[in-house]
Ligand binder design. Structure first.
Ligand code: V47
Ligand code: SF4
Length: 366
């Protein structure tokens, strides 16, 4: 393996490659150098080394479906194509009964997880959502409920006058099993002011995840990239996740979310290239050496990019999602029909040279 180093003529890159090969942590400066100076083949090899160390040749998927309770939202993030104010003709909100009807559609089907995320509804409170997940659990006790981004949690918990711990404990009592990674965007506060100035702070996002982890509730973390952020801001975002993970070990997966331009007020920026997506996955894989899984969310980037991303450090393609996740379809997602059977997802993984592994929501092999 050390012969690889002989082919790297840039001294800084050779030094970083040496660290990655020997399993040492890379610094923020190293991360920046990888973003700026490393070519794609080198990034693929380096990300592959870290990937192999952590996940071998396995590429995970699960069987899940999504529920988006509402697109009504009190916030106005500039990149969001999906939210609508209360009363807008394009807004929706499902009743408990309508959402249970979605759950019942999967009766008798081998799904293991429901992912529930929507807008921050002005009047749906913690008791409303607690009751919803209680009813879902009553109907199907074995279903893992991964629900509510830190942004939704912040609103419902603070409105109820509860502490973060009390709110999380309450929801766990109703059936909450884990927390998805949304709402992180980019942690840099200056940048946040430009793209989502009303949204709760990054500090609050990190605190909610930290408290969840300390209560034994695992979570994911996302990063919205490919808009006006700099590489340094991406590295800072990942550093804050790596630091929190060092304390709690509660993050299961990191999910880079590529900014999509349709129907939102930042569309003039366009979208970054697939090369940039692959670079971002690779740097994330080597930088976040303590987060076990890097998820390529295929409905957003498309099956083919997701498949190639397996050679740039990703090891998880999320689920055989049988639903339309409108937060992406409205923003111009690559996959207009985000549903893949386990056979299709397994074939896609095998064709890329990896071993398909069905997992549960805790990454136990099924
Ligand atoms: O926080 C909104 C993003 C996120 C756009 O935990 C956009 O398994 C791109 O959190 N272009 C919500 N992204 C989705 C989310 C998620 C997705 C998949 C898996 C998991 C998981 C979590 O969607 C928001 C925001 O960052 N988003 N608008 C857009 N135009
Ligand atoms: Fe609301 Fe989430 Fe859209 Fe922001 S990204 S406006 S919080 S639905």
């Amino acid at each position: 393996m050390s012969r690889l180093l002989e082919y790297i003529t840039n001294d800084k890159l050779r030094h970083i490659a040496d660290k990655i090969i020997s399993g040492s942590r890379i610094s923020n400066d190293d991360g920046l150098t990888l973003f700026k100076d490393a070519d794609l083949p080198l990034l693929g090899i380096l990300a592959g080394i870290t990937r192999k160390r952590i996940n071998g040749n396995m590429a995970f998927f699960n069987r899940n479906f999504h529920i988006e309770p509402t697109n009504k939202c009190i916030y106005n993030c500039r990149f969001c194509s999906y939210h609508k104010p209360d009363g807008d003709p394009d807004s929706w909100e499902y009743s408990h009964e309508q959402m249970l009807e979605i759950v019942r559609r999967f009766d008798g089907k081998d799904v293991s997880e429901v992912h529930i995320v929507g807008g921050v509804h002005p009047s749906h409170d913690i008791y409303y959502y607690g009751e919803l997940i209680r009813k879902i659990k009553q109907h199907r006790p074995s279903l893992h409920i991964k629900a509510f981004s830190a942004i939704e949690l912040d609103y419902m918990i603070s409105q109820a006058g509860m502490s973060v711990e009390e709110g999380l404990e309450f929801l766990r009592g109703c059936g909450l099993n884990s927390i998805p990674g949304g709402g992180a965007e980019i942690f840099d506060e200056e940048l946040r002011k430009k793209i989502c100035d009303e949204k709760p702070s990054s500090e609050l996002w990190l605190t909610i995840h930290e408290k969840a982890h300390k209560l034994g509730i695992p979570s994911n973390a996302t990063m919205l990239y490919g808009h006006i952020e700099t590489y340094a801001q991406r590295i800072n975002h990942m550093e804050r996740l790596r630091d929190l993970q060092a304390i709690t070990k509660g993050f299961n997966a990191f999910i880079p979310l590529k900014y999509k331009k349709a129907n939102n007020s930042m569309g003039y920026l366009g979208e970054v290239s697939i090369t940039e997506d692959l670079k971002n996955y690779a740097v994330a894989r080597v930088f976040l050496d303590n987060i076990p899984h890097i998820k390529a969310y295929w409905p957003m980037i498309g099956r083919e990019t997701a498949q190639i991303s397996l050679s740039f450090g990703t090891d998880d393609l999320d689920g055989t999602i049988d639903d339309t996740t409108r937060i992406y379809s409205m923003a111009g997602a690559e996959d207009k029909n985000p549903s893949m059977s386990t056979e299709e997802i397994s074939a896609l993984i095998r064709a890329a040279g990896f071993e398909p592994v069905e997992r549960d929501s805790y990454y136990n092999i099924k």
